[in-house]
Design a protein around this ligand. Structure first.
Ligand code: SF4
Length: 164
């Protein structure tokens, strides 16, 4: 897996102050994407042990609520396995920190991924420029959903964390 950035004390990509991993690789090609530089799976830097430790150092801090995976698409087929491994390790080491993940795939196509029960919130779906609304919370266009993953898996139907 490759990545473009690790941002810290981020307040724009989920509840609280978060560390955000911006992975490389996205195949959705949404019109109006803010981050086309992240589409190339060969772009950015190799995600290595030092990058992982940088994230873990952030998660050790009491005031950090958790990690958000963004990109690019963390669930690009090229990224899934390594993102899953990282999620498992984070949850094992920091069970109280929350995990949010942005993906261009819709929930119905990703719900069976084996690491899904470890995620707290998924923001799903491609960005649709015609449905853009800057008032929306945690998402760019109104087709996207901020999904409460644990309750969605429990209820066996999509439960939203926020309504707009
Ligand atoms: S899914 Fe996100 S990163 Fe990928 S093209 Fe769409 S808006 Fe851009």
């Amino acid at each position: 897996m490759r990545y473009h950035n690790i941002t810290k004390d981020d307040m724009l990509n989920g509840d609280g102050l978060r560390v955000v991993l911006w992975v490389a690789g996205c195949s959705h090609g949404c019109k109006g994407c803010q981050n086309p530089v992240t589409w190339d799976i060969h772009g950015g830097l190799k995600f290595d042990e030092a990058a992982k430790q940088e994230i873990f150092e952030e998660l050790k801090k009491d005031y950090v609520s958790g990690i958000t995976f963004s990109g690019g698409d963390p669930l690009h087929p090229f990224n899934r396995e390594e993102v899953g491994t990282l999620i498992r390790e984070i949850k094992e080491t920091f069970p109280d920190k929350t995990i949010w993940l942005y993906t261009g795939f819709v929930w119905e196509t990703i719900q069976k991924l084996d690491f899904m029960p470890l995620i707290d919130v998924i923001i799903d779906g491609e960005y649709i420029e015609e449905l853009r609304d800057v008032q929306l919370k945690w998402k760019g266009s109104s087709n996207q959903r901020v999904i409460d993953v644990k309750n969605t898996l429990k209820e066996k139907k999509v439960v939203l964390k926020y309504w707009d």
